[in-house]
Design a protein around this ligand. Structure first.
Ligand SMILES: [Zn+2]
Length: 60
């Protein structure tokens, strides 16, 4: 009969499963210009956050 060498805790098992389930940063679209951006971040394309223009975007 096979005997386990040590028990794996629930915490350790769930931490590994959570790390393996990571699928990259969440992506949403900007309501102002429609470009893809991360949620709760300033849009890098147009510089808006929510309804407001918060950053002036310049192109070098
Ligand atoms: Zn935008």
């Amino acid at each position: 009969m096979a005997v386990q060498q040590r028990k794996m805790s629930k915490t350790r098992k769930r931490r590994r499963q959570a790390a393996n389930a990571y699928r990259g940063h969440p992506v949403s679209s900007c309501p102002a210009c429609g470009a893809t951006r991360q949620p709760h971040r300033v849009c890098l394309n147009c510089g808006s956050y929510g309804e407001k223009q918060v950053v002036t975007v310049t192109s070098d």
